[in-house]
Write a new protein. Structure first.
Ligand SMILES: Nc1nc2c(ncn2[C@@H]2O[C@H](COP(=O)(O)OP(=O)(O)OP(=O)(O)O)[C@@H](O)[C@H]2O)c(=O)[nH]1
Length: 622
């Protein structure tokens, strides 16, 4: 490697920092892989597919959760067709997550780059996250390089979508590059265009060091690995470093670049992208968005834009087998090492026993966390229906932040405020009517509508976030035969006529089923839950009323009629041992029953009722 390309000695003039942004499944990881091969960083034969998606769960779901950065040496040949300046370059490719829940991570990754490849599937065209990511990239002042992928597909329509993309980015149709990440066609051109179009990083080499943390992951063997982009000055392996949001200082154990494995270096200079291993114990001490400086002669002003990730969606997680509670706690502790956005605290439910109230960035984040708990830690979990955070003001002027419906304050409420999102829906125009109808039933307000081409439309809505966390996405997909895509971002709060609906068994509220819903849908929620529980709870020796109530007012009621379940009914004659066996078995079964007042409810009834209203019946799809 020429000395001028070594980490720490690289001239910023030959550095190009870029990322690839795309809607899910448009081929970002495949293109990244292809670039690793073309630049020789990864051997064609040794490379397993989707090298950058390291976690098993990412591989299985085929999605990228954590971003990674790879250093690619690239030589632009003389006389290249693209007209890029020939020579040796260092390209830093930063892979970003594509899903709405991880928008903050995407925006941090963007800050570390000067250009973004906007990748669009040539058979599908622009989707909601293409737009969302494009707007983020434009907000970060990045140069946009539009690229159509999958041109090898028979169903590809590159001419149509190139025009769409050019219209969106505001460039000439001929400037839209066309590639197949699968076959490799056109990818070399993209690399040369990156060199040609991306501005070289600018920074003050002799200023105190400032580096932006754009990712932070926990590695079982190496501890926390922090990914940074140096803005000014130099970070050296001899430095003690300081995190500027907390002023905490840490020892620097190692510094280096990823190409494609960790390669140690002495230093990282202006514009360079690499990793740090420090004395940090968990990722919460090394937060994405924070600024790293050196302890001595450190910078005094942090880079802007640091945001603390706040959970947006809460749900209770309970082990189905109560004995697994300590295991669940341990598992959550471990996950939090690698996930600064995951919040949890212990919670007890009369119906479900001991568990945790967990806070997530969104539904996908929740689903992934639950999946990992079950898969990596062998836990069987039940989760309560997800809910958002409500601000409740009482008539006596006190404020409550409600993250759990069962904590909804009693007494006279003067106002309830709920979080609102700005949603962008992209769809073929045939479905405008049905989408509007759906958004209306979810209390949405249309903010605007634009045609991207003759038959594709972008609709912008504000919607209460609480309505989105249930089954909105599923309904949108089914109403549009899977063609619509959705993206949303938090956009303040609004006052709303919300009430808490309790579900009571024989007059006893069952905490796990309490929900905060709009007054207009309270009745249907009550009827649905009462009906469902009637199906699920076995008859008892006495009549059991199931009621749904707002405060003391009952809005729906069902009855489970009395019946004694006589397990001996089929045992004629005097075989006492067989009778005993049956009675024993009944006792066993009763152990798994939960008592709600005098009513015995099998745990499975809770599980079944929650899994059809809650997250399990509402799996976020890609
Ligand atoms: N035919 C064809 N298929 C492709 C091409 N590029 C990617 N694919 C396929 O498209 C699917 C999605 O590709 P990924 O690279 O996983 O997409 P991604 O954008 O990284 O997805 P996320 O990580 O979920 O955001 C995979 O099945 C790829 O094999 C291409 O150029 N041609």
């Amino acid at each position: 490697m020429p000395a001028a390309l070594r980490p720490g000695q690289t001239d910023p003039a030959v550095i190009r920092n870029f990322c690839i942004i795309a809607h899910i499944d448009h081929g970002k990881s495949t293109l990244a892989d292809r670039m690793l091969h073309l630049t020789g960083v990864l051997d064609e034969r040794s490379g397993r597919a989707q090298y950058l998606d390291r976690m098993d769960i990412e591989r299985e779901r085929g999605i990228t959760i954590k971003s990674q950065a790879v250093r690619l040496p690239w030589t632009v040949p003389t006389g290249n067709a693209e007209g890029a300046e020939p020579g040796d370059y260092v390209l830093n490719m930063i892979d970003t997550p594509g899903h709405v829940d991880f928008t903050y991570e995407v925006s941090r990754s963007l800050e570390a780059c000067e250009a973004a490849i906007l990748l669009v599937d040539a058979a599908q065209g622009i989707e909601a996250q293409t737009l969302a990511n494009l707007y983020l990239a434009m907000g970060a002042d990045l140069h946009i390089i539009p690229v159509l992928n999958k041109i090898d597909l028979p169903s590809a329509n590159p001419d149509k979508y190139a025009a769409e993309l050019a219209g969106l980015v505001g460039c000439d149709v001929d400037d839209v590059l066309r590639v197949s990440a699968k076959t490799g066609e056109g990818v070399e051109t993209v690399l040369n265009e990156i060199v040609k179009q991306t501005p070289a990083p600018v920074g003050v080499a002799d200023a105190p060091a400032r580096a932006l943390i754009f990712d932070s992951v926990y590695d079982t063997y190496r501890g926390v690995i922090t990914y940074v982009r140096v803005i000014d000055g130099k970070l050296s392996h001899r430095d003690r470093i300081k995190m500027m949001s907390t002023n905490a200082t840490h020892e620097m154990l190692e510094i280096g670049v990823i190409s494609p494995e960790q390669v140690k270096a002495g230093e990282l200079g202006v514009g360079e992208v690499g990793y740090l291993i420090t004395g940090v114990k968990d990722v919460r001490q090394s937060r994405v968005g924070d600024t790293v400086t050196s302890q001595h002669h450190g910078a005094t002003e942090a880079l802007g834009g640091y945001k603390h990730p706040n959970p947006m969606v809460y749900a209770g997680l309970y082990p189905i087998d109560g004995d697994q509670y300590p295991d669940l706690r341990e598992a959550l502790e471990k996950l939090q090492l690698n996930d600064a956005a995951l919040a949890y605290e212990p919670e007890t439910s009369g119906a479900l026993g001991f568990g945790f109230r967990c806070g997530f960035l969104g539904l996908l984040h929740m689903e992934i966390t639950r999946d990992r708990l079950e898969r990596e830690f062998g836990l069987d979990l039940i989760s309560t229906a997800p809910n958002v955070v409500y601000e409740v003001t009482m008539e006596d002027g006190t404020h409550h932040e409600v993250t759990n419906p069962s904590e909804y304050p009693d007494g006279k409420v003067s106002e309830v405020r709920e979080p609102v999102v700005r949603a962008t829906i992209l769809s073929p125009s045939d479905f405008i009517g049905t989408i509007m109808e759906l958004c209306q039933t979810k209390r949405g307000t249309l903010q605007g509508m634009d045609y991207l081409s003759e038959d594709r439309v972008e609709m912008r809505y504000t919607l209460p976030m609480g309505e989105i966390v249930f089954d909105f996405f599923d309904q949108l997909k089914s109403r549009t035969k899977g063609y619509a895509s959705l993206d949303y971002e938090r956009s303040g709060e609004q006052a709303a006529d919300l009430v808490k609906v309790d579900i009571l068994l024989q007059g006893e509220p069952v905490d796990a089923f309490s929900a905060i819903v709009h007054r207009d849908t309270a009745y249907s929620y009550g009827v649905m839950m009462a009906g469902k529980l009637k199906e699920l709870i076995p008859r008892q020796q006495f009549e059991v009323p199931i009621q749904a109530a707002i405060g003391t007012r009952v809005i729906a009621r069902e009855n489970i009629r009395a019946m004694r379940k006589d397990v001996l009914a089929k045992c004629y004659g005097g075989d006492i041992s067989r009778k005993r066996k049956l009675l024993e078995k009944q006792k066993e079964g009763k152990k798994r029953m939960k008592m709600v007042g005098r009513v015995e409810v099998p745990q499975e009834a809770f599980v079944a009722a929650l899994s059809t209203t809650g997250p399990a019946g509402d799996k976020p799809k890609k």
